[in-house]
Design a binder for this molecule. Structure first.
Ligand code: EPZ
Length: 416
């Protein structure tokens, strides 16, 4: 297991560029299965999760060519429709491949994606959407088999606006004959990116970014290139790194409107933001003010920023109240923060953060992707040296985080 070693106390200053979005890349990589041809993708981050997704596409029969600036996926000769347990275990969000395999081949088998570090992560909404499309589902010995003769377009209503289930429904319906309407769909920007990608290849999808999405099935897609959107959560993480160190940071290659709720809260804590077309300049105050946060489905405050923003608040002036409404187990990083001197009281889904004057550098363990990134930010401001162990969690979703932070003046090294 690798470690980040961080010496705290440096104000972050300078400019840094955000990589492509992990959570847009994964469904778009799965969607390349729908094109019986060759698809070129740009700005796909070179991180663990995209590497696993490419490994699975290769296992299914795709030919993959990856260079620094692009990924080329040749999906002409797919011969497998099953995602084996060992690959599912590497990344539970590979369930998104089911919709793409069903969309093109009307069959998909995958192992039940277990829970993960932040919750049970059920897939009932995914399976209900598939059933609404006339897909038969059977489950035995830990595998879920989905099959149908044709995908029957229809109406899908989600009890909860699940991001993954919305994406899976879009993928399954894209090549179906007829029109599918999804209501109470997730509205995240990554869904808009998936719609833009598929429409560029010839699909007919409208409404992404709203709660109703309409998919008019087409018979096939065509070879195209597409650039994946920037990672809004990485951008938020880098802005919070500037905020927690009372720094002055220019974050480039970002779409500011993807971050509205986060920018609002940064301003409420006392940061001065200058917002450009594709960049955000953050000037932090000497002392941040406490604020309250409730995570919600987009366009509410993103759950993926909860650990990172809560950590930023551990040294703010006053008490902050954070409510995590999306995942049931997304406070595992708090125990590690408390070892650094943070004063946080947990009560169910609520965390009350009492601002302290300083944190101390100690050995901590990353508990999950965003919790791990939060501990890195704590290390940036802690007195002395912080060792963040198990950084494999962080490498799943952040491309060269240590290099980006070093470019801003942080003292951070990686020990393998
Ligand atoms: C996506 O996960 C993201 N992952 C998550 O980012 C993100 O936190 C989440 O959306 C919410 O924004 C990817 O895009 C790869 P959901 P997903 O389905 O699709 C419940 C990160 O850190 N639910 O919207 O799994 C579920 O348990 C990751 O980058 C059901 O009950 O999220 C959760 O409580 C973490 N039944 C809530 O909905 C279902 O069938 C939100 O889940 C599906 C979900």
């Amino acid at each position: 297991m690798s470690t980040y070693i961080i010496t705290g106390g440096k104000k972050l200053e300078g400019e840094v560029s955000v990589s492509g979005s992990k959570n847009a890349s994964l469904p778009i990589l799965a969607a390349t299965i729908l094109n019986k041809g060759i698809t070129r993708l740009y700005n796909v981050p070179n991180i663990h999760d995209t590497k696993v997704m490419l490994e699975i596409l290769k296992y299914l029969g795709c030919k993959i060519k990856r260079s620094k600036e692009k990924v080329v996926i040749d999906a002409r000769n797919i011969q497998r429709y099953e995602i084996p347990e060992n690959l599912m275990r590497k990344m539970r969000s590979s369930v998104i491949l089911a919709g793409a395999l069903l969309g093109r081949f009307k069959q998909a088998t995958f192992s039940c994606p277990g829970g993960c570090d932040i919750g049970a992560r059920p897939i009932d909404l995914h399976l209900k959407a598939f059933e609404n499309l006339g897909i038969n589902i059977s489950e035995n010995t830990g595998y879920i088999r989905c099959k149908c003769d044709i995908i029957r377009p229809g109406k899908i209503h989600f009890d909860f606006p699940s991001v993954g289930a919305t994406e899976n429904a879009i993928l399954a319906a894209t090549l179906a004959e007829g029109t599918t309407v999804i209501s109470n769909a997730a509205m995240e920007p990554e869904i808009i990116d998936l719609q833009n990608f598929l429409n560029k290849l010839g699909a007919k999808i409208t409404g992404a970014g709203t709660s109703q999405i309409i998919i008019k099935g087409v018979s096939n897609l065509k070879d195209m290139g597409y650039k994946v959107m920037p990672d809004r959560i990485e951008a938020g993480t880098l802005l919070c790194a500037g905020a927690i160190t009372s720094g002055n940071v220019l974050v480039k290659n970002v779409i500011p409107q993807h971050l509205t709720p986060v920018l609002e809260k940064l301003e409420e804590c006392g940061c001065n933001l200058k917002i450009g077309k594709e960049e955000i300049l953050l000037q932090a105050p000497k002392k941040l003010q406490a604020v309250n946060i409730k995570t919600m489905p987009y366009p509410g405050f993103p759950t993926d920023m909860q650990a990172i923003f809560s950590t930023t608040l551990t040294i703010a002036k006053g008490n902050s109240v954070v409510v995590e409404n999306i995942f049931e187990n997304r406070y595992k990083y708090v125990a590690e923060l408390q070892r650094m001197g943070a004063k946080v009281t947990l009560e169910g889904r609520t965390a009350v953060i009492h601002g302290v004057r300083k944190l101390n550098g100690v050995n901590v363990e990353a508990t999950d992707l965003r919790g791990g990134a939060a501990l890195v930010l704590a290390g940036l401001v802690a007195k002395g040296k912080t060792r963040v162990n198990n950084i494999e969690y962080i490498l799943r979703g952040y491309e060269n985080l240590d290099k980006k932070l070093s470019k801003l003046g942080a003292k951070i090294t990686k020990e393998v």
